[in-house]
Design a protein around this ligand. Structure first.
Ligand code: SF4
Ligand code: ZN
Length: 300
């Protein structure tokens, strides 16, 4: 633990890591006894570690977990992600669902990337956010857990500062309730956990994860900030944590006092019923456009 100048053996590191996740779950009231939590697993180190850590904590904290993997239809990559996720869930003994977005929504990510002018990772993010919420709602879960890390949150916060996107900034919370009946809340149990520690945890726990290898990697709008934040953390260990805690303790409350929970009020999408800032949600608009361009007819 560079920030605490504390050397830990494997056993105590694992204990420390899981206590940290437990602290995050409790601090932000992410789960309660009896809750059903759906864990989104992509097959990468963050999500397989999340599945393992939540499984460890589920018994003593009294919640249930299940897992899901989206087959995004990225040629030469998605099959391996589904396989890696299935294997880890099987080894841990956690129920696992696989849903193909081609079968459910009528198009693959590769197809969407071909026909819309938008960075692939941004299209992918929109599809994943939507599909996971949609499926968790349909399956009756109370919460949807994703593997967003402290590094991700620091990147999103910094990127929102740079573009002065207050609307986005006010939403970067560890746990967000949809406010709509039947729509599960979204939780980020690794909100206070560094990727560096997650990688170590996955290795110590012997979790086999997919190495990075998506053909679209590097096209996320915030990617250019990764190297800068990594250098900041290396020079001043603990910086990312202070940045994210500082945002939650001081900056977000000030924004909230002025703007409430969001600058644009959320309502139900008139096509699918999921949360939307406009009449029709961003996913339904994307789906309609993609299906039309592919000559496959309208949306939902
Ligand atoms: Fe999706 Fe981008 Fe991740 Fe590939 S790298 S899975 S396109 S978010
Ligand atoms: Zn919609």
């Amino acid at each position: 633990m560079r920030q605490a100048n504390l050397p830990l053996c494997e056993e105590h590191f694992t204990w420390w890591f899981e206590r940290r996740v437990e602290r995050t779950l409790r601090r932000y009231s992410m789960v309660g006894p009896g809750d059903k939590v759906l864990v989104a697993v992509s097959g990468g180190k963050d999500s397989v570690s999340l599945l393992c850590a939540l499984l460890e904590l589920s018994e003593e904290m009294g919640f249930e977990i299940s897992s899901i993997t989206l087959d995004l239809g990225i040629s030469g990559y998605s099959e391996a992600c589904v396989e890696a996720s299935r294997r880890v869930a099987g080894e841990l003994g956690v129920e696992h669902h696989v849903v193909s977005i081609r079968e459910r929504y009528g198009f693959t990510l590769d197809e969407a990337v071909r026909v819309v002018r938008r960075p692939p990772c941004s299209t992918c993010g929109l599809i994943k956010r939507y599909a996971l919420t949609d499926l968790a709602r349909e399956m009756g879960f109370d919460a949807l857990a994703t593997g967003h890390t402290l590094d991700d949150m620091a990147r999103f916060i910094l990127s929102s500062y740079i573009s002065a996107s207050l609307d986005e900034l006010v939403r970067l919370t560890p746990s967000s309730a949809s406010g709509l009946p039947g729509v599960p809340k979204r939780i980020k149990p690794f909100y206070e956990t560094l990727e560096e520690h997650i990688r170590l945890y996955a290795e110590i726990r012997g979790l086999e994860y997919m190495p990075d290898g998506c053909p679209y990697a590097g096209t996320a709008p915030t990617d250019f900030l990764r190297a800068f934040l990594a250098e900041l953390e290396a020079r001043r260990p603990g910086s990312l944590y202070s940045m994210v805690r500082g945002y939650l303790k001081h900056i977000r409350p000030a924004l909230q006092a002025q703007f409430g929970d969001g600058l644009r009020e959320l309502r139900s999408c008139s096509k699918c019923g999921l949360p939307s800032s406009g009449e029709v949600c961003a996913f339904c608009r994307l789906r309609e456009k993609v299906l039309k361009r592919l000559g496959r007819g309208g949306g939902p």
